[in-house]
Design a protein around this ligand. Structure first.
Ligand SMILES: [Zn+2]
Length: 154
């Protein structure tokens, strides 16, 4: 099993300190990857196979689509999980089960990673979820506020 980076190193690398806001985290990840990063809620997403989030790697931008949840903490957790994959360097894996029906505008060669509720049982997924929990705790220690990074698709 090669996880690339440990959870602690992944956090240290961003040099954010012990607590930070969600927006500070997003900016730091964006800076470290030197690419755009957009986070968009796609209301329908959860209707398909319990999808929680999709991370799409476009040419110059990372796009995180996440399902709606009435719980702001759940929504944040979906996004943190995908950010964790980015921080851990889990870039290079294609998921063959592509949700093309959801994303007609995304070129087929776009790399993507899907999060389903029932998926949290591989070492990579467990590591990403562990890091997401750590990030959530650091954000809780900071302030909870509405983020300018969370957009909603109509
Ligand atoms: Zn995942």
């Amino acid at each position: 099993m090669n996880n690339g980076v440990t959870v602690a190193r992944a956090v240290d690398r961003l040099a954010l300190g012990e607590t930070f806001t969600f927006d500070q985290l997003v900016r730091a990840v964006q800076r470290s990857r030197q690419r755009g990063l957009r986070i968009v809620e796609l209301a329908d997403l959860g209707d398909h196979d319990g999808l929680c989030a999709v991370w799409l790697m476009k040419e110059n931008e990372d796009l995180i689509l996440h399902a709606h949840s009435d719980s702001a903490l759940h929504r944040q957790q979906f996004v943190l999980h995908e950010l964790a994959h980015m921080m851990l360097g889990h870039d290079f894996e294609d998921d063959p089960e592509e949700p093309d029906f959801l994303l007609p505008d995304i070129p087929p060669q776009t790399r993507r990673r899907l999060l389903r509720r029932q998926d949290l049982d591989t070492p990579e997924e467990i590591l990403a979820e562990t890091l997401a929990d750590n990030l959530a705790a650091a954000i809780r220690g900071s302030t909870m506020h509405s983020s300018r990074y969370l957009e909603i698709f109509g």
